[in-house]
Design a protein around this ligand. Structure first.
Ligand SMILES: Nc1ncnc2c1ncn2[C@@H]1O[C@H](COP(=O)(O)OP(=O)(O)O)[C@@H](O)[C@H]1O
Ligand SMILES: [Mg+2]
Length: 274
């Protein structure tokens, strides 16, 4: 792949965590992949396979034991405004209003108050929350809080948005609304998204490609192309491409039948019976 087709590159990422004195455990073992400009790329794999660790290394919140991430060909070091991050846990500052939360990243990247406020209000409009600018996070639902978190991450105009199970704490209906809403934002602005999930439907619904990982230690199984046509809507879940892609990913990440107690396995079974 030529450089112009690659915005973020993972090169042979290895991560060992210390277990006890003198002992360490390999969590990520030689992860390499490339993300294309404007792509929606998801990382999926069983719980504990190192998805959060991997995206935290990309964000600069964690350091790799060896290997590196490159953004636009430049080595990623620490956090900066080029990489926006949204987590599963609600991470808004409870003591700041919605508007001030969005302004926070802008001010720390050197904008004055007035400019930061103007940009924050524009982003709140994009996520449909301009009426809530002066509310506090606890006055908003979980889905609305995550929309503010998305506005906060996007306001400094990062090159890439990194999302770690951002809808994992939401109920099923809000979650699927948020997925459609995220696709709408992604379609309308020039942004690349790297999205971690363990939910098969979510990964297939959102992504252009899906990087599947296996666990212990975390390794790349396969990069899967998702050929489900866009725009996607709830009906997309019943398209043959959707069902076959999900089956394929299911086999990659849960190869054994003893995983039948797993929620994702049951979803596949339910749809299979329709
Ligand atoms: N700071 C840490 N110290 C030690 N072990 C960790 C740390 N963070 C994660 N781990 C371990 O690394 C493995 C991968 O964790 P994680 O990246 O959170 O996986 P996932 O997000 O795929 O569920 C898990 O076994 C977890 O216990
Ligand atoms: Mg995780």
């Amino acid at each position: 792949m030529e450089n112009s087709e690659c915005i973020l590159e993972a090169r042979d990422i290895v991560k060992d965590f210390a277990e006890s004195v003198g002992e360490s455990r390999r969590v990520l073992d030689g992860i390499s992949f490339q993300v294309r400009p404007r792509e929606f790329l998801s990382i999926i794999g069983p719980s504990g396979c190192g998805k959060s660790t991997l995206i935290r290394i990309a964000a600069g919140l964690e350091t790799a034991t060896s290997g590196e991430f490159l953004l636009d060909g430049k080595l990623v070091r620490g956090t900066d405004a080029e990489r926006g991050m949204v987590f599963q846990k609600y991470t808004l500052f409870p003591w700041l209003s919605v508007k001030k939360n969005v302004m926070f990243g802008l001010e720390s990247s050197g904008r004055g108050d007035d400019e930061a406020e103007e940009i924050a209000l524009q982003w709140l409009q994009i996520v449909g929350l301009e009426k809530y600018a002066d509310y506090y996070p606890k006055q908003l639902s979980g889905g609305m809080q995550q929309r503010v978190a998305i506005a906060r991450a996007l306001a400094p105009q990062p090159r890439i948005l990194l999302m770690d199970e951002p809808f994992g704490a939401l109920d099923a209906q809000t979650r699927s609304q948020m997925q459609r809403y995220l696709l709408e934002v992604w379609k309308n602005i020039d942004i690349t998204i790297l999205f971690v999930t363990h939910d098969l439907d979510e990964a297939v619904f959102l992504s252009d490609r899906i990087l599947t990982l296996q666990a212990n230690p975390g390794k790349v199984r396969e990069m899967v192309n998702v050929r489900v046509p866009r725009p996607r809507n709830p009906e997309s879940l019943f398209l043959p491409e959707f069902i076959s892609t999900r089956r394929h990913i299911e086999e990659l990440i849960h190869p054994k039948a003893e995983d039948s107690g797993d929620e994702t396995f049951n979803i596949v079974n339910m749809v299979g019976k329709k």
